[in-house]
Design a protein around this ligand. Structure first.
Ligand SMILES: *[C@@H]1O[C@H](CO)[C@@H](O)[C@H](O)[C@H]1NC(C)=O
Ligand SMILES: *[C@@H]1O[C@H](CO)[C@@H](O)[C@H](O)[C@H]1NC(C)=O
Ligand SMILES: *[C@@H]1O[C@H](CO)[C@@H](O)[C@H](O)[C@H]1NC(C)=O
Ligand SMILES: *[C@@H]1O[C@H](CO)[C@@H](O)[C@H](O)[C@H]1NC(C)=O
Length: 956
């Protein structure tokens, strides 16, 4: 893994600074794995056993074997010739009932991902027996009673989702001491390590990822090492044997010693490599040390290969005298196989400097790279990639996760499209658990939104990764004879919110009682994508750092016309004011003056008198107007680059375990986030141009209870002193409770009790008084239902003894659904963050995952109980703020018709206004104009943001 995941218990997450040992720091490494293969067998013998007339050598009794081994040394891996005529999979689970899926719309992956077949699918013996028309004679051979029939009613079907970069099992969830098995700290170059040896079968995420359609993943060692070890391909489903080994897909025959029949041709091996910051950091070295470590390792392998080849040459010539044993070395054999072209190298590598180093290495030692992973600068250097030895590496990317370290600072959402335009293969990957691989198709959806063609976007999570890992002969396509890994979707898989109705792996249905959400006809098609030509060009022109400020900020009159829907917060939460239905009395225009909405109506009803000389007209092409969104949860506005301490505000002191300097007021000090605000961070500007007008950010405290006072600021403001930059200096008082902190949870609650019960003096006493007067919310970062229960008791205890009414908000809330009724009764609000819960830690493990696993999700279950719900972002993911509109859209789509569009928007606007103590009217003061759809649609684009407080309309 690459990114740091810091204790998500604490929505006031902060920097990498002053992290305590109690502060779980997840680091996965992105390298690729190399497997041990020593192909031999009788099939490919070029060498003949000859008796040299001139030599009276003693021929060893295993001479034939040696010659075969020699003959097979350079055989390139692949399926055996009879593979394509197989009628049963080696992974077939005995007694699995054959399944006929009728009337499906099948994206096959064929014809460059452009083929769609309407028809049926027959799955049997672990493989796809027929696609499209199932021949009558084939069907007749089945006893109809034994055949499972699924009527797809025209639903979309795709191959199982394939993840080229995952740490499932070797970084398992929830995280416990034993679960970080990704990185060895014992050396920079360790090709002899194997991710299989770390593969825990009890990762909660297997079932969750399957529920997102993921059937196959490459499990990579971490990125702490230059060469982190060999990677293995697994299928995610549970096996009868319940062992890691039984999960493997086509492991090289040496994976379990000599116990398995050698196969010919050999199978592909995988190796993880990593360059740049991670190996430097873990080994206190520099880039120079890392590249030298590579060269030293590869030189070792090269010498061994030369010895082997010389040995085989002699053996072939019958010069057996004193020939001895075949030269081999368990430590270096995997790298020798790299040099023999038998290994898929998955190479974590971000920046031009590192990509260049690896490309030179490939040419020095003559081996190809399968894919560069993360690879945030690859789109800037396509010609460099094309110089790699053998072939151009594929590029495996995140869609929008970037700027978390220097190496990803120039990352671009347009990279997939730019690389594809260069003819370079693009893969979207999860780096699970860095991104929850359950939502890998969401990465493809975003890549498509930002310009990657639909056929390539679907291929990027199916056939392309299958090819890059060397498994395209059996997975990644819906083809006769391929593994029966199939996803039946509730919408087009590139439509936002696409959710499996059923997932088959090796022909076995994985979802016992899937909850299927009805989806509209509109979601059954490939979404249209907005025009991002200009932005795409700018990304290249500005070397990855295009200006993100609006093209223009105007205070004169702007008239929006041709919109199809209008959402407004008229003081009682967001409402949908109208949807285009052809009525005459619909508003036709919206007039904004000085950034403030002044009239909605028709040209006739809105006075044209004072429009100024030359009002701007903005045609929204059937788009929409909606209140600006609010984001909470990340350190937005306090951090430019998460991994760089000098680019951020830093962390507050933890008063429970350290002594706070008396010059600050000792332990009654209260830190205000407003004092640390940094404007124009790229994440804030991207948020702004994605419809998030206001960021609410608390001081960073990743390991202490008391964070301080949050502030609300305009994401689009140039600096703190411009009008409207700070929306509210002090919004809420923030604390966090977490078992990851060094003091016990009960100690943390005791501190809170003391604080609320008159124990706080000085500045803290002043702020607590506001909380007790109900003037300022108390926002508590908490995931565990047990801790929430204690907090609900504490609230009523304090309210009873002081006669006050506390406005309390839980932020995080992974387990809040377990107490939905009690939370509602206690009048506590909940901000669900991350938006789609994931069991990162023990206190977050009892999530309500939502369809297809459960009918309700965390958000919908709380709403059903009339809890005020907000949706936030993960504690360290400022990059994700821009996706807020899609996050709330996902929440609504998961709930079927239960959450209206207006309610979805309110989850990240008016509800957060309430839960975070913003003044009434704050949300209403911003208006976002989208063209081509509403702010919730993956087809629309934000074209303008009006801000009454700033007095301008920003035009993008
Ligand atoms: C197809 O429609 C039938 C009848 O409405 C329904 O029972 C079945 O679940 C549907 N199948 C799928 C895969 O949605
Ligand atoms: C397939 O399903 C669609 C949607 O339910 C239906 O309109 C169509 O008639 C079905 N086609 C066949 C061949 O059953
Ligand atoms: C090694 O793995 C193969 C393939 O899964 C299996 O057939 C064989 O029994 C295993 N050998 C041992 C000794 O476990
Ligand atoms: C939620 O509020 C609605 C409308 O006031 C009410 O009908 C419903 O019973 C409430 N639900 C619960 C679980 O209290």
């Amino acid at each position: 893994m690459d990114k740091a995941i810091i204790a998500p218990n604490n929505p006031e997450w902060c920097s990498t600074r002053k992290r305590t040992r109690h502060h779980p720091l997840l680091r996965a490494a992105l390298a690729f794995g190399l497997l041990v293969v020593c192909g031999y067998g009788g099939l490919f013998t070029d060498f003949q056993l000859t008796r040299s007339k001139t030599s009276s050598a003693k021929i060893p009794i295993n001479a034939q074997q040696i010659l075969q081994k020699c003959a097979n040394l350079n055989v390139i891996p692949g399926p055996p010739p009879d593979f394509y005529s197989r009628t049963e999979s080696d992974r077939y689970v005995a007694k699995t009932r054959p399944t006929l899926i009728k009337n499906a719309t099948i994206w096959t992956g064929n014809v460059d991902g452009l083929e769609v077949v309407l028809g049926d699918l027959l799955l049997d013996r672990g493989i796809i027996q027929a696609v499209g028309q199932v021949p009558v004679n084939v069907l007749n051979a089945y006893d109809r009673g034994g055949l499972e029939i699924v009527d797809a009613n025209g639903s979309w079907v795709s191959p199982g989702i394939v993840d080229l970069h995952s740490h499932l099992g070797d970084y398992s969830s929830p995280k416990l001491k034993g679960s970080d098995d990704t990185n060895s700290r014992k050396g920079l170059v360790q090709p002899w390590l194997r991710s299989l040896d770390s593969l825990n079968t009890h990762d909660d995420a297997y079932q969750l990822s399957i529920a997102g359609g993921v059937s196959t993943a490459v499990i990579l060692p971490g990125s702490a090492n230059a060469i982190g070890g060999q990677a293995f391909v697994i299928k995610l489903r549970p096996t009868e044997e319940r062992s890691p080994s039984s999960m493997l897909l086509e492991p090289p025959f040496t994976f379990n010693g000599s116990g398995i029949k050698e196969v010919q041709p050999p199978r592909w091996r995988q190796l993880k490599q990593a360059c740049g910051e991670n190996p430097s950091r873990f080994y206190s070295g520099t880039r120079m040390d890392t590249i030298w470590a590579y060269r030293k390792g590869y030189e070792e392998a090269r010498k061994l290969k030369v010895k082997q080849d010389a040995y085989c040459e002699k053996a072939a010539a019958g010069q057996w005298n004193a020939l001895g044993d075949f030269p081999d070395d368990l430590k270096w054999e995997a790298l020798v196989d790299v040099l023999r072209g038998k290994v898929k190298i998955q190479n974590h590598c971000y920046e031009a400097v590192d990509l260049d180093g690896i490309v030179r290495l490939t040419n020095e030692f003559k081996f190809p790279i399968a894919a560069f992973h993360h690879a945030h600068e690859t789109y800037l250097v396509p010609e460099l990639l094309k110089k790699a030895y053998g072939h151009t590496p594929a590029v495996a990317l995140f869609a929008t996760a970037a700027r978390y370290k220097r190496e990803s600072y120039r990352g671009s959402e347009f990279a997939p499209r730019i690389l594809a335009d260069q003819g370079i293969e693009v893969v979207m990957k999860s780096d699970h658990p860095v991104l929850n691989s359950r939502f890998l198709v969401y990465e493809a959806q975003q890549a498509h939104y930002y310009g990657l063609a639909a056929n390539l976007a679907l291929a990027s999570v199916t056939s392309t990764p299958a090819k890059i890992m060397g498994q395209e002969h059996r997975i990644g396509y819906v083809r006769k004879g391929y593994d029966a890994d199939i996803v039946l979707w509730d919408s087009h898989p590139l439509a936002l919110g696409a959710t499996p109705k059923q997932v088959f792996i090796d022909g076995v249905a994985q979802l016992k009682h899937p909850f299927v959400v009805p989806k509209s006809e509109a979601l059954q098609h490939v979404p249209n994508t907005p025009d991002f030509e200009e932005e795409t060009k700018a990304a290249l022109e500005y070397d990855g750092l295009p200006p993100l400020e609006p093209k223009e900020s105007v205070s004169e009159t702007v008239i929006f016309e041709n919109f199809d829907s209008l959402f407004l917060d008229l003081g009682d939460g967001v409402e949908q004011i109208f949807t285009s239905n052809g009525h005459e009395d619909e508003p036709q225009i919206a007039i904004v003056q000085n950034g403030k909405l002044s009239c909605i109506g028709t040209a006739g009803t809105c006075p044209s008198a004072d429009l100024g000389v030359d009002p701007r007209i903005v045609d929204l092409h059937g788009g929409s107007l909606a209140p600006g969104l609010v984001s909470y949860g990340s350190p937005l506005g306090l951090v430019h680059i998460l991994g760089e301490e000098t680019t951020q505000d830093g962390e507050v002191f933890d008063g429970l375990t350290t002594k706070i300097p008396s010059i600050l007021g000792g332990d009654s000090a209260v830190i205000r986030a407003v004092d640390g605000l940094q404007f124009t961070t790229r994440d804030a500007l991207l948020a702004h141009r994605s419809g998030v007008s206001i960021g609410v950010t608390a001081p960073c405290s990743s390991s202490g209870v008391l964070a301080g006072l949050s502030t609300a600021f305009s994401t689009g403001a140039a600096h703190k002193l411009v009008k409207g930059a700070v929306v509210k200096d002090e919004a809420a008082l923030h604390v966090s409770l977490s078992p990851s902190f060094s003091a016990s949870v009960s100690t943390q609650i005791a501190m809170l009790r003391t604080m609320l019960d008159g124990g706080a003096g000085g500045e803290l006493g002043v702020q607590v008084a506001k909380v007790l007067e109900g003037k300022m919310p108390l926002v508590i970062g908490v995931h565990s239902a047990d801790i929430m229960a204690s907090l609900i008791q504490l609230k009523s205890e304090i309210e009873r003894t002081t006669g006050s009414i506390i406005k309390m908000t839980f932020a995080g809330g992974s387990e809040a659904h377990l107490l939905a009724k009690e939370i509602a009764a206690a009048n506590v609000g909940v901000i669900i963050a991350p938006a789609r819960s994931f069991p990162f830690f023990w206190d977050m493990r009892r999530i309500l995952p939502g369809p297809p696993l459960t009918q309700q999700s965390a958000v919908s279950a709380l709403l059903l109980n009339n809890v005020t719900v907000g949706v936030g972002v993960n504690f360290d993911e400022s990059w994700a703020v821009r996706n807020t509109r899609f996050d709330v859209s996902w929440a609504a789509l998961q709930a079927g018709g239960e959450i209206s569009k207006a309610e979805a928007i309110s989850l990240a606007s008016s509800n957060l206004e309430k839960l975070l103590g913003l003044s009434p009217g704050t949300v209403a003061s911003n208006l976002v104009a989208t063209s081509g759809g509403t702010i919730l649609d993956v087809e629309s684009k934000v074209v303008a943001v009006a801000s009454a407080k700033r007095g301008v309309v920003d035009l993008f």
